[in-house]
Structures are given as structure tokens and as C-alpha cells.
Ligand binder design. Structure first.
Ligand code: FAD
Length: 279
């Protein structure tokens, strides 16, 4: 099996952040990822930043997969963005629903309700011009009524034309393999690539995890809490945990890994090196 290893960035909010990112990208690119994905704030909240980051990556000849979150957008707006990406030679997208930023009420939800509608729209308007990745949730999406419903909804995205999926991050490999098995039982055979979140900052990770429904197992949480201000020990432990997770995922059949870099080159570089992926 050829594994696909990819990395994710978010568009910086400031010019200073953008300059720093541009300095860091060559180091990440030197690792040889299959592509860089760039997040997009639902409702267009990072629109210009995403466009700038994507355009810059393309100017460096880097394979880029922009994320596109459809909630809060009209068909016309989405069509324009897709046409722009197509003209830039982009042939891969991460198609999402997104979450409306607080303050944008239900009245602003736009023409799309769920990601499967975006996938259908891309296929109807642009045929096979884009390979489409969608999101998957081994520990289930926080708004999903129950796991069976969430799986049905995931299947809708695949039936609409998704080529592959990237998961929400998780630290429990069994949740991932259980999810993949459930997918296989309902006839879904697309690659489901684990999303990998390095552990570098406990407070931020705990806050994030509560919102997105990713579980930090108790033993990991307790160890991380115990390090307090000892950042070096926390990072060393975080590295061991995530490295072990990646090794198990690959050994037991995951089709690749997608690293949430959080725009930091250090943690992903160490993981890449210790996984023996460096080219
Ligand atoms: P959907 O697949 O539409 O699912 C959302 C919820 O609705 C689920 O509970 C699902 O079970 C339910 N559902 C789906 N279809 C139906 C249906 N037809 N009928 C009834 N219920 C349904 N967010 C951003 O804003 N920008 C990003 O760039 C971004 N990148 C991400 C990348 C990855 C790899 C992942 C895993 C998440 C990302 N997110 C991003 C977060 C994501 O937008 C949120 O998790 C969001 O709440 C759900 O998006 P989705 O595409 O999974 O939605």
C-alpha cells in the first residue's frame, strides 16, 4: 500500500503571522508531504487569508488542498471559489460543512445544510476536476444523534462523490479501527486517513477537544496536567504518545496520516523523523 502523508495549515490572522508561516513552510515541505491543506473559516471568516495562503503555496509549486466550509455561503459564492481554485491548477479539496461563527444566526446559514450537499454541488458543477476529501469522526461528531446516524450521514458524503476522508484527531487507535470496520460493514471502502494532532500545549488541547468531541484518555490527561509549567517534559511525553499512536495506526493498516501542524514546523518534523518518513 502506498501511504499518503499530508499536513494542514491554518491561515494566519496577521501579516506577521503570514510572514512567519512563509518562513516555516520550506522546512515542512522538505519533509516531502503529499500535499498541504489550508483551513477555511465557515461563513467566509478567513476567506482572504485562506486565498492568500493557498496562492502562496501554489506559487511555490506545492500541491495544495484548500478546505471549503459551505455553511453560510450561497451556491454562487461557492461556485466562484471553486472556479478560482480550478484556474490556479488546484485539483484537490477538503469539503466541509463547517460551524457558523457565534453571532451568525440560523438565518445566515446559506444554501447548504450539510457537507454531502457541497460534495454533490462540486461534482455537478465541476465533474471530476477535484479529488474530494471529507471529514470523518471516529469518536462521532458532537452533534450526531447517535453513531448509526453519524455513519449514515458519513455515507451520504461518500455516495455524493467523496474520494477519501480525513478524521478528526483522536488518541485512541481502537476508536479509529472500530470506525473503519463500521464503514466497511456498510460497504464504504474509501481511504480514511487519521488526523494527527501533536501534543504541545495542554490547555489549548483540552479546550479544543471539549469543543470538537475528541477524547483525551484519562491517563494522558492526568500526565499532561501533572507537568504544569514544565513545557519540555510535557512535549517529550506528548511526542511519545503521538509517535506510538502513529506507529500503531500505520502498522495496523491506516492508509496514511494527516498532521494538524497548528502552523508549527517543530512537532511534525520530529514525528516525521521518528516515524522514518523523511525523504
Ligand atoms: P457534516 O458531514 O455535514 O456533518 C455535520 C453534522 O450533521 C454531523 O453530526 C452529521 O451526522 C450531521 N449530518 C450530516 N449530514 C446530514 C444530513 N443529510 N441530515 C441530517 N444530519 C446530517 N471547520 C471549518 O470551519 N473549517 C475548516 O477548514 C475545517 N477543517 C476540518 C478538517 C477536518 C479533517 C475535520 C475533521 C474537521 C474540520 N472542520 C473545519 C470542522 C468541521 O467543519 C466541523 O466538525 C463541523 O461541525 C462539521 O463539518 P462536516 O463537514 O463534518 O459536516
Amino acid at each position: 500500500m502506498t501511504h499518503v502523508y499530508s499536513v494542514e495549515l491554518f491561515p494566519p490572522k496577521t501579516a506577521e503571522g503570514m510572514n512567519k508561516l512563509k518562513q516555516d513552510i520550506p522546512q515542512i515541505n522538505a519533509l516531502g508531504p503529499a500535499y498541504f491543506s489550508v483551513t477555511y473559516g465557515a461563513g467566509g471568516s478567513t476567506r482572504e487569508g485562506t486565498f492568500e495562503t493557498v496562492a502562496w503555496l501554489r506559487s511555490q509549486g506545492i500541491d495544495t488542498a484548500p478546505h471549503l466550509a459551505c455553511i453560510g455561503s450561497t451556491r454562487e459564492q461557492v461556485r466562484e471559489i471553486l472556479a478560482q481554485y480550478h484556474a490556479q491548477g488546484i485539483n484537490r479539496l477538503v469539503a466541509l460543512r463547517g460551524d457558523l461563527p457565534s453571532g451568525m444566526g440560523a438565518g445566515n446559514s446559506g444554501d447548504f445544510r450539510y457537507a454531502n450537499e457541497l460534495v454533490s454541488f462540486v461534482r455537478a458543477e465541476f465533474g471530476d476536476a477535484f479529488s474530494i476529501e471529507v471529514a470523518a469522526y471516529p469518536e462521532y461528531h458532537p452533534q450526531a444523534g447517535n453513531p448509526a446516524r453519524d455513519l449514515e450521514n458519513f455515507k451520504r458524503k461518500v455516495d455524493a462523490g467523496a474520494d477519501a476522508a480525513i478524521t478528526q484527531y483522536f488518541y485512541n487507535a481502537d476508536a479509529y479501527f472500530g470506525f473503519v470496520e463500521s464503514c466497511e460493514r456498510v460497504g464504504l471502502s474509501i481511504p480514511i486517513v487519521p488526523g494527527i494532532m501533536p501534543i504541545t500545549n495542554y490547555t489549548q488541547l483540552a479546550r479544543f477537544s471539549d469543543t470538537c468531541g475528541a477524547e483525551i484518555p484519562r491517563w494522558i490527561r492526568r500526565r499532561l496536567e501533572g507537568y504544569g509549567d514544565d513545557v519540555a517534559s510535557l512535549r517529550a511525553f506528548g511526542h511519545e504518545v503521538v509517535l506510538g499512536l502513529c506507529q500503531r495506526l500505520i502498522a495496523d493498516g491506516a492508509p496514511g496520516l494527516h498532521f494538524y501542524t497548528m502552523n508549527q514546523s517543530g512537532p511534525v518534523t520530529c514525528l516525521w523523523r521518528d516515524l522514518g518518513l523523511t525523504i
